[in-house]
Design a protein around this ligand. Structure first.
Ligand code: ADP
Ligand code: MG
Length: 235
C-alpha cells in the first residue's frame, strides 16, 4: 500500500503538486492521467524518492520513505525516458540490472514474448524508439517486485507489443502487485486500470474507477470523459 498525504512540490514559482492525497492499494492498476506538464512524472518520481517534497509524506506499507532507500528494491521503475551509456548492448544492460538487483529474474520469457532475441547483441543507442521501449518493459518486469511504476510505457509501441504489455500488466496484477502507470492512450488506460487519478493544475481533479468517471460525465468512453472535464475547465 502506498499512501500519499498532503503532498506539495514546487519548482521555483511553479506549483506542480499542490496538496495531493492518494491511497494506492495492492493488487490493482492505478492510472495517473493529466495533460502534459500536470505533474505525473513528478508524482511517480516522488514515490521513488527522486523528487523531494516541499511538504507532505509518502508512506509505503505504513513507513515514511523520507531518508529511506532500502524500500526502493521493492519497486521496479520504467522511466519516461531511459538513457543508458550508448555503447552498451541490450544483453549487457540486462546483466547490469541483474547485478544491481541481485535477485531472481525472469527476463527470458519477456525477451521471447517481445521478440527481442535479435536485439540482444545490438547497442541500445542504435535501436528504434519502440524497441528501446520494449527493452525498458523487460527491465521493469523481469524482477518479482511488489510495486511497479510505469511512466508512459506505451510510447512508440507497435499494436502487437501493446497487446503484450497489457498481458504482462494483467498477469502482474493477479500476483497482487501494485501497478502505477501513466499513459496518454485512453483506450489502453480504460482496458487495464482499476482506478484512475486525474491531475489538473497541481490538484486531483478525479480519483475513482473508470466507470465512475464515465457516469459522472455521462460519457460512454474514458477519452470523452477526460475531454469533457478539460473543456468544462476551459469555459
Ligand atoms: P507530466 O509528466 O505530467 O508531463 P512533469 O511532472 O514532467 O509533467 O512536469 C510537471 C511540471 O514541472 C512541468 O512544467 C515541468 O517543466 C516541471 N518540472 C519537472 N521537473 C522539473 C525540474 N527538475 N525542474 C524544474 N521544473 C521541473
Ligand atoms: Mg511525464
Amino acid at each position: 500500500m502506498i499512501d500519499i498525504r498532503n503532498f506539495y512540490k514546487s519548482f521555483g514559482k511553479l506549483k506542480v503538486l499542490d496538496g495531493i492525497n492518494i491511497a494506492i492499494d495492492s493488487g490493482a492498476v492505478f492510472a495517473i492521467l493529466g495533460p502534459n506538464g500536470s505533474g505525473k512524472t513528478t508524482l511517480l518520481k516522488s514515490i521513488l524518492g527522486m523528487v523531494i517534497p516541499d511538504s507532505g509524506v509518502i508512506r509505503i506499507e505504513k513507513k515514511s520513505i523520507i531518508r529511506e532507500w532500502k524500500y526502493r528494491n521493492k519497486i521496479s521503475y520504467m522511466p519516461q525516458v531511459a538513457n543508458f551509456p550508448p555503447n552498451l548492448k541490450v544483453r549487457e544492460i540486462i546483466k547490469i540490472f541483474k547485478i544491481f538487483r541481485s535477485e531472481i529474474s525472469f527476463e527470458n520469457d519477456l525477451i521471447k514474448s517481445f521478440n527481442l532475441e535479435s536485439s540482444l547483441e545490438k547497442k541500445f543507442s542504435t535501436l528504434s524508439g519502440g524497441t528501446k521501449q520494449k527493452v525498458n518493459i523487460v527491465l521493469a518486469f523481469m524482477f518479482d517486485s511488489p510495486i511497479i511504476i510505469l511512466d508512459e510505457p506505451t510510447t512508440g509501441l507497435d499494436p502487437l507489443s501493446l497487446i503484450k504489455l497489457k498481458k504482462v500488466i494483467n498477469d502482474y496484477k493477479h500476483l497482487n502487485k501494485t501497478i502505477l502507470v501513466s499513459s496518454h492512450i485512453m483506450g489502453f488506460v480504460e482496458e487495464i486500470s482499476d482506478r484512475i487519478v486525474f491531475l489538473l493544475d497541481g490538484k486531483i481533479e478525479f480519483n475513482g474507477t473508470v466507470d465512475q468517471i464515465k457516469k459522472n460525465t455521462k460519457k460512454n468512453n474514458l477519452e470523452k470523459s477526460i475531454a469533457h472535464i478539460l473543456n468544462n475547465k476551459n469555459d
